[in-house]
Design a protein around this ligand. Structure first.
Ligand code: DAH
Length: 350
């Protein structure tokens, strides 16, 4: 018996010693398995019981249980100590230093071209126009034929078109096909008042002032008694709204196959107010698009009786307008997503 008690005392010292060096819950668990599992040294002691007499068993059982309780208590108190240490460490690691500078998250900015298009939409909508959409991959019929440009017409060459499939399907070379689409959808019976902002494509060189992809804001009105003077009035109101109330408009005779008469729309140079500078190439005027009275044949081809109905149409170059508005000299900037550049325009706008 004494022999066993001695062994127990020795084990206790050994365990206390090892527990002193334990630093984590993991180590503590490992130690527990080593000493308290059935195959461990304490388990072995229990297995000695079978060789003892009944009286000895009683006494030894009592001593062994007290010993086990003592060892368990040692493990429990170590467990508590380690857990509170680990918790303190965790809290320490998660501490937030409110004095540290914050991480700046850059705020996005809308594209300037988009902004100009939205301004066009807003002002036209306030005048009762609907904003409509059309396909960018277009049929030859709408892009050319219905607009007075039959196959083989020399003016088609000026539009340097990208063909998608044979000579019937193409990337629209202007937004004017939407006019033909809207008119043909009305069966010649309803007035039309729409604008269509959208992309158009031409095989232009990718230099600072040209891009193979560009944006136009097309417009069309069809009703009774629509005259060139209505076009002038409308465009003048729009330009004053977009470019400032002191903007003056000018309409120069021009030629488009789908309008008669046709005009080129100019505005007084916002920079020199008409005196002449390098932005307006010393002319005092800047061209912002084409327009005209809808051609007799176009109305007819799209199902309207030209003796009853008349209309005007226009096409603004949106990049041109945005470049003027924000003083940009490189068209490629519009297709950039560099926040620093976009931010610069935010500042310019004040
Ligand atoms: N589609 C013409 C172009 O791309 C612009 C234009 C001129 C549109 C006259 C019109 C218009 O609606 O009436 O150059």
């Amino acid at each position: 018996m004494n022999n066993y008690i001695e062994k127990m005392n020795g084990l206790k010292i050994e365990i206390e010693d090892k527990l002193n060096n334990v630093l984590s819950s993991k180590e503590l668990n490992e130690l527990k398995v080593t000493y308290l599992s059935k195959k461990g040294p304490i388990g072995e002691l229990s297995s000695l019981m079978k060789d003892l007499s009944i009286d000895e068993k009683k006494e030894f059982g009592k001593v062994l249980n007290e010993f086990k309780d003592g060892i368990n208590a040692l493990f429990d108190s170590k467990k508590e100590e380690i857990e509170s240490l680990e918790l303190a460490k965790k809290i320490d690691a998660e501490k937030i230093d409110v004095t540290l500078p914050s991480t700046k998250i850059p705020i996005g900015s809308s594209n300037i071209l988009e902004r100009v298009v939205e301004e066009f939409e807003e002002v036209f909508m306030s005048m009762g126009y609907d904003v409509v959409d059309g396909p960018e991959i277009e049929e030859d019929k709408y892009n050319f034929e219905l607009l007075g440009l039959p196959k083989g017409h020399p003016a088609r060459d000026a539009q340097d078109t990208f063909y998608v499939k044979g000579d019937e399907l193409l990337m629209r070379s202007h937004t004017s096909p939407v006019q033909a689409r809207v008119m043909t959808s009305k069966n010649g019976e309803e007035p039309v008042r729409v604008i269509c902002p959208g992309k158009a494509y031409r095989r232009d060189d990718d230099d600072a002032t040209h891009s193979h992809q560009f944006t136009q804001v097309e417009g069309l009105i069809v009703d009774k008694n629509i005259k060139l003077s209505d076009l002038k009035g409308t465009v003048t109101v729009i330009c004053k709204h977009l470019f400032g109330s002191d903007t003056v408009t000018r309409f120069r005779p021009s030629y488009y196959q789908f309008t008669e008469p046709s005009v080129e729309m100019d505005i007084s140079c916002f920079n020199c107010k008409g005196k002449g500078c390098n932005i307006c190439k010393n002319t005092g005027w800047i061209t912002i698009g084409g327009a005209g009275v809808v051609h007799y044949d176009v109305l007819k081809g799209c199902g309207y009786d030209p003796n009853i109905w008349s209309g005007f149409a226009f096409g603004f170059g949106a990049e041109r307008c945005a470049m003027l508005k924000y003083g940009i000299n490189d068209i490629r900037i519009f297709y950039n997503t560099d926040l620093r550049e976009l931010k610069a325009f935010d500042r310019r706008e004040g």
